[in-house]
Ligand binder design. Structure first.
Ligand code: FES
Length: 148
């Protein structure tokens, strides 16, 4: 199936998303929403020796959001929490060999949900204070819409 503007990697992750699901009693949980399109992403992690041991996602979102979630879970698995915190929205889009311009913004949810899950864990273990975690929600950068 040809999809104009979508890289092979995006299509592949969309068709065969990795790490889909829910972890019961996760060590860290992150949920972010996009106020423009209503898409929602949740990430669940377990942590062992300060590394992302297991990671799963659930996305109520567009195809790009699914591909982004799948990619971000693959990128984060096995990394230390500090390393995983350094994964940016752009890194995820780059790993997917780019997204069409009007879908770039869909890459926001993946990295943000991952970071939210790690911060949730850090709050639990007392590394950071709850006040240091701000609510993540996205209206689109500079007012852009996500094109759906
Ligand atoms: Fe909303 Fe992609 S994340 S359209």
């Amino acid at each position: 199936m040809a999809q104009i503007g979508y890289s092979k990697k995006v299509m592949e992750h969309f068709m065969n998303p990795r790490n889909v699901g829910v972890i019961e009693n996760p060590d860290g949980y992150g949920k972010v929403g996009n106020l423009v399109c209503g898409d929602l992403m949740e990430i669940f992690i377990t942590v062992k020796e300060d590394k992302v041991d297991d990671i799963k996602f659930r996305t109520f979102g567009c195809g790009s959001a699914i591909a982004v979630s799948s990619m971000v879970t693959e990128m984060a698995k096995g990394k230390t929490l500090d390393e995983a915190m350094l994964i940016t929205r752009k890194d995820v889009a780059d790993e997917l060999e780019g997204l069409p311009p009007q879908k770039m913004h869909c890459s926001n949810l993946g990295a943000d949900a991952l970071h939210a899950a790690i911060k949730n864990y850090w709050v639990k273990i007392g590394k950071i204070k709850p006040e240091e975690v701000k609510e993540e929600s996205h209206e689109g950068e500079e007012g852009e819409s996500c094109g759906t």
